[in-house]
Design a protein around this ligand. Structure first.
Ligand SMILES: [Zn+2]
Ligand SMILES: [Zn+2]
Length: 91
C-alpha cells in the first residue's frame, strides 16, 4: 500500500489566447503578434481610415509651398523650388 501522498501538482494551464485560441505564456495571455493583429483590427473597426489632413493643419512647424505643394520648414523663407515666402500676415 503506497501511502505516499503525492503532492497534487496542479498544472497551471496557460491562458488561452483570445485571438488564436492557443495557450499563450505571454504577458496578458495574448501572443504579442496576436495582440498586435487584434489591436490593428479593433483600430480599423473603431476608427475611420486616416484622412489626409489639410495643409493648414498638418504640423505647425511646416508650411506648404503654394507653388510645388511641398512641406517646407516654417522658418525657411525660400522653397527648394525657388518660391519665396512673403512675410506672414498677422501673429
Ligand atoms: Zn495567439
Ligand atoms: Zn516650392
Amino acid at each position: 500500500m503506497a501511502s505516499i501522498s503525492k503532492p497534487t501538482f496542479v498544472a497551471q494551464k496557460p491562458p488561452l489566447c483570445p485571438v488564436c485560441g492557443k495557450p499563450s505564456y505571454s504577458l496578458g495571455g495574448v501572443h504579442p503578434q496576436c495582440a498586435v493583429s487584434r489591436a490593428d483590427k479593433v483600430r480599423k473597426a473603431s476608427q475611420p481610415p486616416p484622412k489626409p489632413k489639410p495643409a493648414a493643419a498638418s504640423g505647425q512647424w511646416k508650411k506648404t509651398c503654394p507653388r510645388c505643394h511641398r512641406q517646407v520648414a516654417a522658418r525657411r523663407y525660400t522653397c527648394e523650388c525657388g518660391h519665396t515666402f512673403g512675410p506672414s500676415p498677422g501673429r
